[in-house]
Write a protein that binds this ligand. Structure first.
Ligand SMILES: [Zn+2]
Length: 363
Protein backbone atom coordinates (compact mmCIF):
# COMPACT_ATOMS: atom_id res chain seq x y z
CA UNK A 1 0.00 0.00 0.00
CA UNK A 2 1.46 3.36 -1.06
CA UNK A 3 1.33 6.31 1.33
CA UNK A 4 -1.23 8.89 0.25
CA UNK A 5 -2.12 12.45 1.26
CA UNK A 6 -5.10 14.46 -0.01
CA UNK A 7 -6.66 17.77 1.02
CA UNK A 8 -8.84 20.59 -0.32
CA UNK A 9 -6.98 22.74 -2.89
CA UNK A 10 -7.65 25.89 -0.89
CA UNK A 11 -8.70 26.56 2.72
CA UNK A 12 -9.69 30.06 3.86
CA UNK A 13 -10.85 30.96 7.39
CA UNK A 14 -11.51 34.12 9.33
CA UNK A 15 -13.99 36.81 10.38
CA UNK A 16 -16.20 37.95 7.48
CA UNK A 17 -14.37 35.63 5.07
CA UNK A 18 -17.48 35.60 2.86
CA UNK A 19 -17.02 39.25 2.00
CA UNK A 20 -14.03 38.05 -0.05
CA UNK A 21 -15.80 35.06 -1.58
CA UNK A 22 -15.74 36.41 -5.14
CA UNK A 23 -11.94 36.76 -5.07
CA UNK A 24 -11.53 33.19 -3.84
CA UNK A 25 -13.82 31.49 -6.37
CA UNK A 26 -13.61 33.63 -9.53
CA UNK A 27 -10.85 31.48 -11.03
CA UNK A 28 -13.06 28.38 -10.76
CA UNK A 29 -15.95 30.00 -12.65
CA UNK A 30 -18.33 32.93 -12.43
CA UNK A 31 -21.69 31.20 -12.77
CA UNK A 32 -22.39 29.71 -9.36
CA UNK A 33 -25.20 27.60 -7.94
CA UNK A 34 -25.38 27.86 -4.14
CA UNK A 35 -27.02 24.79 -2.56
CA UNK A 36 -28.13 26.05 0.85
CA UNK A 37 -29.64 24.87 4.10
CA UNK A 38 -32.36 27.21 5.34
CA UNK A 39 -30.29 28.66 8.18
CA UNK A 40 -27.15 28.76 6.05
CA UNK A 41 -28.98 30.77 3.40
CA UNK A 42 -30.10 33.30 5.99
CA UNK A 43 -26.66 33.64 7.52
CA UNK A 44 -24.56 33.76 4.36
CA UNK A 45 -26.59 35.35 1.55
CA UNK A 46 -26.21 39.06 2.52
CA UNK A 47 -22.40 38.79 2.66
CA UNK A 48 -22.21 36.79 -0.57
CA UNK A 49 -24.34 39.32 -2.44
CA UNK A 50 -22.11 42.10 -1.14
CA UNK A 51 -19.03 40.25 -2.32
CA UNK A 52 -20.47 39.72 -5.82
CA UNK A 53 -21.98 43.23 -6.17
CA UNK A 54 -20.90 44.90 -9.41
CA UNK A 55 -18.93 41.83 -10.55
CA UNK A 56 -19.44 40.15 -13.89
CA UNK A 57 -20.83 36.94 -12.42
CA UNK A 58 -24.17 35.19 -12.05
CA UNK A 59 -25.23 33.64 -8.75
CA UNK A 60 -28.25 31.51 -7.95
CA UNK A 61 -29.40 30.35 -4.51
CA UNK A 62 -31.40 27.14 -4.00
CA UNK A 63 -32.60 25.91 -0.59
CA UNK A 64 -32.35 22.12 -0.61
CA UNK A 65 -34.75 19.64 1.02
CA UNK A 66 -32.72 18.91 4.16
CA UNK A 67 -31.16 15.51 3.45
CA UNK A 68 -28.49 14.50 0.95
CA UNK A 69 -30.81 12.12 -0.88
CA UNK A 70 -30.72 10.61 -4.33
CA UNK A 71 -33.79 12.65 -5.40
CA UNK A 72 -32.44 15.90 -3.98
CA UNK A 73 -29.15 15.47 -5.85
CA UNK A 74 -31.02 14.76 -9.13
CA UNK A 75 -33.07 17.93 -8.58
CA UNK A 76 -29.93 20.02 -8.04
CA UNK A 77 -28.27 18.49 -11.13
CA UNK A 78 -31.27 19.56 -13.20
CA UNK A 79 -31.07 23.13 -11.87
CA UNK A 80 -27.32 23.20 -12.56
CA UNK A 81 -27.85 22.06 -16.17
CA UNK A 82 -30.75 24.41 -16.86
CA UNK A 83 -28.77 27.39 -15.61
CA UNK A 84 -25.48 26.28 -17.23
CA UNK A 85 -23.62 26.84 -13.95
CA UNK A 86 -19.85 26.41 -13.80
CA UNK A 87 -19.38 26.02 -10.04
CA UNK A 88 -21.37 24.31 -7.29
CA UNK A 89 -21.19 25.80 -3.83
CA UNK A 90 -22.51 24.34 -0.56
CA UNK A 91 -23.81 26.58 2.23
CA UNK A 92 -24.79 24.92 5.51
CA UNK A 93 -23.97 21.78 7.48
CA UNK A 94 -23.12 18.18 6.56
CA UNK A 95 -26.23 17.43 4.47
CA UNK A 96 -26.01 20.54 2.29
CA UNK A 97 -22.31 19.83 1.87
CA UNK A 98 -22.87 16.21 0.85
CA UNK A 99 -25.61 17.21 -1.63
CA UNK A 100 -23.37 19.83 -3.23
CA UNK A 101 -20.34 17.52 -3.44
CA UNK A 102 -22.42 14.83 -5.19
CA UNK A 103 -24.08 17.32 -7.58
CA UNK A 104 -20.70 18.74 -8.57
CA UNK A 105 -19.20 15.29 -9.05
CA UNK A 106 -22.00 14.04 -11.30
CA UNK A 107 -21.96 17.29 -13.32
CA UNK A 108 -18.17 17.34 -13.59
CA UNK A 109 -17.95 20.78 -11.93
CA UNK A 110 -15.69 22.24 -9.24
CA UNK A 111 -17.14 22.42 -5.71
CA UNK A 112 -16.72 25.10 -3.06
CA UNK A 113 -17.78 24.46 0.54
CA UNK A 114 -19.02 27.18 2.89
CA UNK A 115 -19.84 25.59 6.25
CA UNK A 116 -22.13 27.75 8.40
CA UNK A 117 -21.92 25.37 11.38
CA UNK A 118 -18.95 23.39 12.65
CA UNK A 119 -20.70 20.22 13.84
CA UNK A 120 -18.78 17.65 11.74
CA UNK A 121 -15.62 17.42 9.69
CA UNK A 122 -17.52 17.01 6.39
CA UNK A 123 -16.29 20.25 4.70
CA UNK A 124 -12.74 19.10 3.89
CA UNK A 125 -13.25 15.37 3.22
CA UNK A 126 -13.43 13.75 -0.21
CA UNK A 127 -16.58 11.70 0.45
CA UNK A 128 -20.34 12.03 0.93
CA UNK A 129 -22.98 10.10 2.83
CA UNK A 130 -26.01 9.62 0.56
CA UNK A 131 -29.51 8.67 1.72
CA UNK A 132 -32.56 7.27 -0.03
CA UNK A 133 -35.52 9.63 -0.34
CA UNK A 134 -37.19 7.90 2.66
CA UNK A 135 -34.22 8.92 4.83
CA UNK A 136 -32.58 5.49 5.05
CA UNK A 137 -28.84 5.16 4.39
CA UNK A 138 -28.06 4.50 0.70
CA UNK A 139 -24.28 4.63 0.20
CA UNK A 140 -21.00 6.47 0.54
CA UNK A 141 -19.55 8.18 -2.50
CA UNK A 142 -15.76 8.44 -2.53
CA UNK A 143 -14.61 11.21 -4.87
CA UNK A 144 -11.42 11.36 -6.91
CA UNK A 145 -10.52 14.65 -5.21
CA UNK A 146 -11.29 16.79 -2.16
CA UNK A 147 -13.24 20.06 -2.53
CA UNK A 148 -11.68 22.80 -4.67
CA UNK A 149 -12.09 25.36 -1.91
CA UNK A 150 -13.39 25.50 1.66
CA UNK A 151 -14.27 29.00 2.87
CA UNK A 152 -15.05 29.35 6.58
CA UNK A 153 -16.55 32.59 7.85
CA UNK A 154 -15.84 32.39 11.56
CA UNK A 155 -18.21 35.29 12.37
CA UNK A 156 -21.07 33.10 11.11
CA UNK A 157 -19.86 29.89 12.83
CA UNK A 158 -19.57 31.57 16.24
CA UNK A 159 -23.19 32.76 16.04
CA UNK A 160 -24.55 29.20 15.47
CA UNK A 161 -25.82 27.22 18.49
CA UNK A 162 -22.87 26.22 20.70
CA UNK A 163 -23.94 22.56 20.70
CA UNK A 164 -22.82 22.40 17.04
CA UNK A 165 -19.31 23.61 17.85
CA UNK A 166 -19.08 21.20 20.80
CA UNK A 167 -20.34 18.31 18.69
CA UNK A 168 -17.70 19.19 16.10
CA UNK A 169 -15.11 18.87 18.86
CA UNK A 170 -16.48 15.38 19.57
CA UNK A 171 -16.04 14.41 15.92
CA UNK A 172 -12.51 15.84 16.05
CA UNK A 173 -11.74 13.96 19.28
CA UNK A 174 -11.89 10.60 17.52
CA UNK A 175 -9.47 11.64 14.77
CA UNK A 176 -6.10 11.12 16.46
CA UNK A 177 -7.02 7.89 18.25
CA UNK A 178 -8.63 6.32 15.20
CA UNK A 179 -5.67 7.24 12.97
CA UNK A 180 -3.21 5.95 15.60
CA UNK A 181 -4.97 2.59 15.50
CA UNK A 182 -5.02 2.47 11.68
CA UNK A 183 -1.30 3.22 11.66
CA UNK A 184 -0.64 0.49 14.24
CA UNK A 185 -2.57 -2.14 12.27
CA UNK A 186 -1.43 -0.92 8.84
CA UNK A 187 -5.05 -0.31 7.83
CA UNK A 188 -5.85 2.00 4.90
CA UNK A 189 -7.05 5.58 5.36
CA UNK A 190 -10.52 6.73 4.23
CA UNK A 191 -8.89 7.50 0.90
CA UNK A 192 -7.61 3.94 0.79
CA UNK A 193 -3.95 4.85 1.08
CA UNK A 194 -1.13 4.24 3.54
CA UNK A 195 -0.86 6.73 6.39
CA UNK A 196 1.73 9.49 6.06
CA UNK A 197 3.71 11.20 8.82
CA UNK A 198 1.99 14.40 7.66
CA UNK A 199 -1.44 12.91 8.34
CA UNK A 200 -0.38 11.74 11.81
CA UNK A 201 1.02 15.20 12.59
CA UNK A 202 -2.31 16.82 11.67
CA UNK A 203 -4.23 14.29 13.79
CA UNK A 204 -1.99 14.87 16.81
CA UNK A 205 -2.27 18.65 16.36
CA UNK A 206 -6.05 18.23 16.17
CA UNK A 207 -6.11 16.50 19.58
CA UNK A 208 -3.66 18.95 21.17
CA UNK A 209 -5.70 21.90 19.90
CA UNK A 210 -8.86 20.47 21.47
CA UNK A 211 -7.10 20.09 24.82
CA UNK A 212 -5.54 23.54 24.61
CA UNK A 213 -8.47 25.57 23.26
CA UNK A 214 -11.67 23.53 23.58
CA UNK A 215 -12.91 24.85 26.89
CA UNK A 216 -11.86 28.44 26.16
CA UNK A 217 -13.59 28.28 22.77
CA UNK A 218 -16.81 26.97 24.24
CA UNK A 219 -16.93 29.77 26.80
CA UNK A 220 -16.42 32.43 24.09
CA UNK A 221 -18.90 30.81 21.71
CA UNK A 222 -21.54 30.88 24.46
CA UNK A 223 -21.24 34.66 24.31
CA UNK A 224 -21.12 34.65 20.52
CA UNK A 225 -17.68 36.28 20.52
CA UNK A 226 -14.68 35.44 18.35
CA UNK A 227 -11.39 34.80 20.12
CA UNK A 228 -8.15 33.09 19.03
CA UNK A 229 -9.38 29.95 20.84
CA UNK A 230 -12.59 29.89 18.78
CA UNK A 231 -10.59 30.29 15.57
CA UNK A 232 -8.30 27.44 16.68
CA UNK A 233 -11.24 25.14 17.37
CA UNK A 234 -12.95 26.00 14.07
CA UNK A 235 -9.72 24.98 12.31
CA UNK A 236 -9.42 21.81 14.40
CA UNK A 237 -13.05 20.78 13.79
CA UNK A 238 -12.93 21.57 10.08
CA UNK A 239 -9.44 21.23 8.59
CA UNK A 240 -7.42 19.17 11.07
CA UNK A 241 -10.23 16.71 11.77
CA UNK A 242 -11.37 16.43 8.13
CA UNK A 243 -7.98 16.12 6.47
CA UNK A 244 -6.75 14.06 9.43
CA UNK A 245 -9.57 11.50 9.21
CA UNK A 246 -9.48 11.38 5.41
CA UNK A 247 -5.78 10.52 5.45
CA UNK A 248 -5.55 8.83 8.85
CA UNK A 249 -8.52 6.44 8.76
CA UNK A 250 -11.26 5.50 11.21
CA UNK A 251 -11.62 2.79 13.86
CA UNK A 252 -13.94 2.25 16.85
CA UNK A 253 -15.18 5.81 17.56
CA UNK A 254 -17.05 6.06 14.26
CA UNK A 255 -18.36 2.49 14.35
CA UNK A 256 -19.83 3.24 17.78
CA UNK A 257 -21.63 6.18 16.17
CA UNK A 258 -22.93 4.01 13.32
CA UNK A 259 -24.02 1.31 15.78
CA UNK A 260 -25.91 3.65 18.09
CA UNK A 261 -27.88 5.11 15.16
CA UNK A 262 -29.83 1.82 15.37
CA UNK A 263 -31.31 2.96 18.70
CA UNK A 264 -34.25 5.35 18.48
CA UNK A 265 -33.44 6.74 21.94
CA UNK A 266 -30.25 8.19 20.39
CA UNK A 267 -32.08 9.99 17.59
CA UNK A 268 -31.44 13.41 19.11
CA UNK A 269 -27.81 12.68 19.96
CA UNK A 270 -25.46 14.38 17.50
CA UNK A 271 -22.81 12.61 15.41
CA UNK A 272 -19.89 14.13 17.29
CA UNK A 273 -21.41 13.40 20.70
CA UNK A 274 -21.52 9.69 19.90
CA UNK A 275 -18.04 9.80 18.37
CA UNK A 276 -16.73 11.32 21.63
CA UNK A 277 -18.29 8.56 23.75
CA UNK A 278 -17.03 6.04 21.17
CA UNK A 279 -13.52 7.35 21.65
CA UNK A 280 -13.56 6.40 25.34
CA UNK A 281 -14.92 3.00 24.27
CA UNK A 282 -12.02 2.60 21.85
CA UNK A 283 -9.50 3.45 24.57
CA UNK A 284 -11.08 0.78 26.79
CA UNK A 285 -10.77 -1.77 23.97
CA UNK A 286 -7.13 -0.78 23.46
CA UNK A 287 -6.57 -1.04 27.19
CA UNK A 288 -5.02 2.43 27.01
CA UNK A 289 -3.30 3.82 30.13
CA UNK A 290 -5.68 5.28 32.71
CA UNK A 291 -4.00 8.71 32.39
CA UNK A 292 -4.96 8.84 28.72
CA UNK A 293 -8.57 7.80 29.40
CA UNK A 294 -8.79 10.42 32.13
CA UNK A 295 -7.35 13.10 29.86
CA UNK A 296 -10.03 12.35 27.24
CA UNK A 297 -12.87 12.17 29.79
CA UNK A 298 -11.66 15.37 31.43
CA UNK A 299 -11.82 17.13 28.06
CA UNK A 300 -15.30 15.74 27.34
CA UNK A 301 -16.69 16.85 30.68
CA UNK A 302 -15.07 20.30 30.38
CA UNK A 303 -16.82 21.07 27.07
CA UNK A 304 -20.03 19.13 27.72
CA UNK A 305 -19.50 16.01 25.61
CA UNK A 306 -21.06 12.77 26.94
CA UNK A 307 -19.07 10.18 28.90
CA UNK A 308 -21.97 7.90 29.97
CA UNK A 309 -24.69 5.90 28.23
CA UNK A 310 -27.34 8.05 29.90
CA UNK A 311 -25.81 11.17 28.38
CA UNK A 312 -26.05 9.70 24.84
CA UNK A 313 -29.70 8.81 25.50
CA UNK A 314 -29.50 5.13 26.55
CA UNK A 315 -31.13 4.26 29.88
CA UNK A 316 -31.54 0.50 29.31
CA UNK A 317 -28.08 -1.12 29.01
CA UNK A 318 -29.56 -4.28 27.49
CA UNK A 319 -30.16 -2.21 24.33
CA UNK A 320 -26.42 -1.80 23.85
CA UNK A 321 -26.09 -5.24 22.22
CA UNK A 322 -28.24 -4.06 19.28
CA UNK A 323 -25.85 -1.16 18.73
CA UNK A 324 -22.80 -3.41 19.20
CA UNK A 325 -23.97 -5.80 16.53
CA UNK A 326 -24.52 -2.98 14.03
CA UNK A 327 -21.17 -1.42 14.91
CA UNK A 328 -19.42 -4.72 14.12
CA UNK A 329 -21.14 -5.30 10.75
CA UNK A 330 -18.77 -6.23 7.95
CA UNK A 331 -17.06 -3.24 6.36
CA UNK A 332 -17.21 -1.22 9.60
CA UNK A 333 -14.03 0.65 10.56
CA UNK A 334 -13.99 -1.11 13.95
CA UNK A 335 -12.33 -4.00 12.10
CA UNK A 336 -9.23 -1.80 11.82
CA UNK A 337 -8.62 -2.53 15.53
CA UNK A 338 -5.75 -4.77 16.61
CA UNK A 339 -6.94 -8.38 16.77
CA UNK A 340 -10.43 -7.35 15.59
CA UNK A 341 -13.49 -6.90 17.82
CA UNK A 342 -16.64 -9.02 18.27
CA UNK A 343 -20.04 -7.58 19.24
CA UNK A 344 -19.62 -9.20 22.69
CA UNK A 345 -16.25 -7.50 23.20
CA UNK A 346 -17.63 -4.14 22.07
CA UNK A 347 -20.67 -4.56 24.35
CA UNK A 348 -18.34 -5.14 27.30
CA UNK A 349 -16.19 -2.13 26.38
CA UNK A 350 -19.25 0.14 26.13
CA UNK A 351 -20.45 -0.90 29.60
CA UNK A 352 -16.94 -0.47 31.00
CA UNK A 353 -16.64 3.00 29.42
CA UNK A 354 -20.02 3.90 30.92
CA UNK A 355 -18.85 2.74 34.36
CA UNK A 356 -15.66 4.81 34.09
CA UNK A 357 -17.69 7.82 32.94
CA UNK A 358 -20.18 7.51 35.79
CA UNK A 359 -17.37 7.26 38.29
CA UNK A 360 -15.66 10.28 36.73
CA UNK A 361 -18.70 12.53 36.99
CA UNK A 362 -19.51 11.15 40.46
CA UNK A 363 -22.73 9.38 39.60
ZN1 LIG B 1 -17.26 11.99 11.87
Amino acid sequence: MLALMRAPSKYVQGPDALLELYDHVKDLGTSILFICSKSGYKAARPKIEKSFAGKNASIKFEIFGGISSVGEIAKMQKIAKENKVGVICAIGGGSAIDTAKATAYYEGLPVVIIPTVCATDAPCTGLSVIYNDDGSFAKYIFYPKNPDAVIVDSSIIVKAPVRFLVSGMGDALGTYFEARMCQKTNSPSLENGGITKSAMALCKLCYNTLLEDGFKAKKSAELGILTPAVEAIIEANTYLSGVGADNGGLATSHSVYNGFTALEECEKTMHGELVAFGTVVQLVLEDAPMEEIEEVMDFCVSVGLPVTLKEVGVTDPSRVMIAAEKACASGESIHNMLGDVTPEQLYAAVLAADALGKDYIGE
